[in-house]
Design a protein around this ligand. Structure first.
Ligand SMILES: Nc1ncnc2c1ncn2[C@@H]1O[C@H](COP(=O)(O)OP(=O)(O)OP(=O)(O)O)[C@@H](O)[C@H]1O
Ligand SMILES: [Mg+2]
Length: 275
């Protein structure tokens, strides 16, 4: 227990995996300041699956880069398991929006990268990677180089790389956006089963409201730029979740409500761009 005024920190196990507190960020573009994030605060508890949805350009990827320590916020702070980590790298497993596989490493050697950096033996890591590659429909491509894969296949390999990394917190920036609808729904089901079996703490960015509702415990709905949190949706469906929940009246109600919010924000962004 945290005793007020005692200065005793909460034990790591009780602190959220991620706490973002009051983060704001501006960039300089063409000599002008562009505010991208405005006072964003959010939490991912341990073993929780949390999503962010919001209009294009509202600062979602920027926020992940701030959490990962690649960019410093102008104000606000990041902590993981109770430890302040603002501006520090190494604490997360990250799948960027562009798959960014290393072109000189084979698919399997890309997938094992984070483990290898943490000192795992290559042979054992490769063996595990091959099992996952087969499950992700990439069997037979283990020793191929990234440029010989389609965009969707590269995305799946990048996703596996994040999944097999040893860090507790995973940041996933639109991991399925380059996939066709059918593969995407297979990957969602696969991710859901996998995560329910082996819970990691996940912060997930998507443009798909349905995907966010299917996968998440909580969804933060962002405004247009500068991104702020407009709404927080607690998703009430029990786990394990299966496709049937997408037919549930409450699922459909939440989907309609969130689509309405997104339409309003997109209309505001479009009006601001015309001014
Ligand atoms: N390094 C940078 N320097 C200057 N401006 C930047 C930089 N990175 C991002 N921006 C600007 O910040 C804004 C937010 O970009 P960001 O990539 O975070 O948006 P996003 O919400 O992820 O959008 P999308 O949904 O399209 O991926 C954009 O206007 C972008 O031009
Ligand atoms: Mg983005």
């Amino acid at each position: 227990m945290n005793i007020p005024g005692s200065g005793v920190p909460e034990p790591a196990s009780q602190s959220p995996a991620l706490n973002v507190s009051g983060v704001s960020k501006s960039f300089r573009q063409k000599g002008q300041s562009l505010q991208v994030l405005d006072n964003v605060s959010l939490t991912v508890s341990r073993q929780e699956f949390v999503s962010i949805v919001g209009p294009s350009g509202c600062g979602k990827s920027t926020l992940l880069q701030i959490i990962g320590g690649l960019i410093r916020p102008d104000s606000g702070s990041i902590s993981m398991s109770g430890k302040p980590v603002t501006g520090e790298r190494g604490g997360i497993s990250y799948m960027p929006q562009q798959p960014a596989l290393l072109p000189w490493r084979s698919v399997e050697d890309n997938v094992i990268l984070a483990r290898e950096l943490k000192g795992a033996a290559r042979g054992a890591a490769r063996e595990e990677a091959r099992r996952w590659l087969a499950k992700a429909g990439l069997g037979g491509f283990e020793t191929a180089y990234p440029h010989t894969l389609s965009g969707g296949m590269q995305q799946r390999a990048a996703f596996l790389r994040a999944l097999l990394a040893p860090q507790e917190l995973m940041l996933l920036d639109e991991p399925f956006s380059a996939l066709d609808a059918l593969t995407r729904s297979d990957m969602q089901r696969w991710l859901l089963e996998l995560w329910e079996e082996n819970r990691r703490s996940v912060l997930f960015i998507t443009h798909s409201i349905e995907e966010a509702l299917l996968l998440s415990s909580r969804i933060y709905v962002f405004s247009g730029r500068p991104g702020t949190i407009l709404h927080t949706v607690e998703v009430p469906f029990p786990r394990p979740r299966r496709d049937e929940i997408t037919e549930h009246p409450e699922f459909l109600r939440l989907k309609r409500q969130m689509s309405e919010w997104m339409r309003e924000e997109q209309a505001k962004s479009a009006a601001a761009a015309r001014r």
